[in-house]
Design a binder for this molecule. Structure first.
Ligand code: V0D
Length: 253
């Protein structure tokens, strides 16, 4: 006789063994590129690619959580993305609500905490509301931190940090001599988070595009031609194995 265990999610066979492997990247950052191109290749509107990409977020979050990744930072919307057609931007801005509507129960079940980095000021009110709800509902979870970069740009982040540093110096809350890398990091959106160990970019481009410039000073980069909607657990494992291989090599020296 077999019983179904409704609330205990099994880890997949693929990830079960990796769990025990040393050097699982603690913080993984991903530039989820190629959604529009994925759709256009199929004769679909670009927004169909963004929708498909959203489902991949869920799958990759589950796989990362199973492999004991602590932080998954996803570049969901850059400060540059406002230049896209307004209909496309409007569609993208509805995705958080959709994601939360469909997947929040599963996120809670998997002990995932949802957070964001970026400038929330210019995000539409309805999107902010949905995201705030997801954060509130998951704030006490201590499993994977699913960190969405929304309206994020690194230069803006660093510039805003610098302005606040200057303001604190002016108000004598900070002395110039006390300002070091560790202190400066506290002024960034990523305050309190460890730097990414591994950064993945899909869709063939091999640049940082204003993502986590300060934070990725020592990060390993891994690129794939695969478009984000075609990304999956197997590719995540492939990236982790390459990461582990590189770490072993440094270790040998
Ligand atoms: C579009 C591919 C989930 C990349 C993934 C507003 C581009 C799908 C979220 C999400 C986006 C954000 C916050 C949250 C819950 C879900 C998301 C955006 C774009 C930008 F609390 N997918 N997703 N947000 N895409």
């Amino acid at each position: 006789m077999s019983f179904k265990l409704p609330f205990i999610k099994a880890k997949s066979k693929k990830t079960a063994h990796l769990n025990e492997l040393e050097n699982i990247p603690r913080h993984v950052a991903i530039i989820m590129d190629g959604n529009g191109r994925w759709a256009q290749k199929r004769g679909l509107p670009r927004i169909a690619g963004h929708k498909e990409g959203m489902d991949v977020v869920r799958k990759v979050a589950k796989a990362a959580s199973d492999m004991n990744v602590k932080i998954l930072t996803l570049y969901a919307f850059s400060t540059e993305n406002w230049k896209r057609p307004s209909k496309e931007v409007e569609f993208i801005m509805r995705l958080p609500k959709e994601f939360i509507h469909v997947y929040l129960p599963e996120m809670i079940e998997n002990n995932v905490r949802i957070e964001t980095i970026g400038n929330m000021n210019d995000i539409p009110e309805h999107t902010k509301k949905a995201v705030a709800y997801a954060k509130e509902q998951t704030k006490n979870n201590d499993g994977l931190l699913l960190n969405f970069a929304l309206n994020y740009g690194s230069r803006f982040e660093i510039m805003e940090a610098m302005k606040r540093v200057m303001s604190d110096v002016k108000a004598s809350k900070l002395s110039i001599d006390a300002l070091d890398e560790q202190e400066f990091s506290k002024y960034l959106y990523t305050e309190g988070l460890s730097d990414p160990d591994l950064l993945i970019r899909t869709s063939g481009e091999q640049r940082l595009s204003n993502f986590l410039l300060w934070q990725s000073a020592y990060t390993e980069f891994w690129f794939t031609e695969v478009l984000w909607p075609d990304f999956n657990e197997d590719l995540l494992i492939k990236a982790f194995k390459e990461y582990q291989r590189r770490k072993r090599r440094y270790g040998g020296i």
